[in-house]
Design a binder for this molecule. Structure first.
Ligand code: NAP
Length: 275
């Protein structure tokens, strides 16, 4: 969290709109989260982001003491809290942020398409639960079978389970990739400069769409390979930007200055030694 890019993005947006506010970072121990949220409800602030490891605990708290939007309810996790007097409402902007970047940056409309998600952790879950039944189907592969099992159980509480396939091995992975319109990398592979692509180059085909959630590098090996195979590919900076822009709009009720926020994000990435 100490290296969060969010302060740069939000503070640039406040300055741009002349809003007298500041985005600050707080390190909170998990067992102190509820007391912290109680204090924040009494403070004169408009809202908060909460991140790992607090997203589920924050949802539980708001279920009892506040309200939740549909996304946060379905996903079971909160990343944005709006404070209105003493009232707290919880939202999750990860799925909507991904969707907006998918459409605006990658120019891909997922409705009726086949989607392949590599990884079944927190980010994958936000994406799968937001896409829901709106795609033709979603295939998920993760080396951690407990995570894929949990994702499937969660998904079927809300959606038609026939639309979600959990892949068991490399052979299934290869077949599903060949039949997919969009590949999403939701693993951390690519964050380090020396990381290989998480997907064999042979599996990428011309015209396919690739969304790599990794955002701390301008280009990952997966994106380079996709470009070489004439696929369309982006890294995850746009998701980070739009989840923040949607949070900003929830807190302020003003349209987020997306271009200014994007520039601030890129500069913050560069000065962190990446980008
Ligand atoms: P996470 O909860 O740790 O989930 C990642 C999952 O991928 C884990 O279950 C991991 O299994 C699995 N995995 C690792 N290598 C794999 C492989 N070769 N094949 C299949 N599965 C594999 O992480 P997360 O929070 O979901 O984040 C995932 C990535 O998304 C990170 O790079 C993060 O920075 C990025 N992200 C980006 C944004 C954005 O705004 N752009 C937002 C959220 C997250 P093991 O645990 O067994 O290794």
């Amino acid at each position: 969290m100490k290296h969060s890019l969010s302060p740069a993005m939000h503070n640039a947006a406040f300055r741009e709109l002349g809003i007298d506010a500041e985005y600050l970072l707080y390190d909170v121990e998990p067992e102190k989260l509820e007391a912290f949220l109680g204090d924040m409800a009494r403070a004169n602030i408009s809202g908060l982001n909460v991140t790992i490891p607090h997203k589920i605990r924050a949802r539980e708290y708001l279920e009892r003491k506040g309200s939740l939007d549909n996304n946060a309810k379905k996903l079971g996790a909160v990343n944005t809290i709006k404070i209105d007097g003493p009232a707290l409402s919880g939202f999750n902007t990860d799925g909507p942020g991904f969707y907006r970047s998918l459409v605006e940056d990658l120019k891909f409309e997922p409705e009726g398409k086949s989607v392949f998600v590599l990884g079944a952790g927190g980010a994958a879950k936000a994406i799968v639960m937001y896409l829901g039944n709106g795609t033709k189907n979603i295939s998920v592969f993760d080396i951690d079978k407990e995570k894929t099992g949990e994702l499937k159980e969660h998904y079927k509480k809300y959606f038609d389970e026939k639309k979600l396939s959990i892949l068991a091995d490399d052979a299934q992975l290869k077949d599903a990739l060949a039949a997919s319109d969009l590949l999403v990398n939701a693993t951390p592979i690519g964050m380090k400069e020396t990381d290989p692509s998480p997907v064999d180059k042979e599996f990428l085909k011309a015209g396919m769409y690739v969304y790599d959630l990794v955002y701390n590098r301008p280009l990952t090996q997966l994106v380079k390979d996709a470009n070489a195979r004439k696929a369309h590919a982006v890294t995850g900076l746009g998701m980070l930007l739009y989840q923040g822009a949607i949070s900003f709009e929830i807190w302020t009720g003003s349209k987020a200055p997306v271009a200014v926020m994007k520039k601030a994000l890129k500069e913050a990435l560069k000065s962190s030694g990446n980008g």
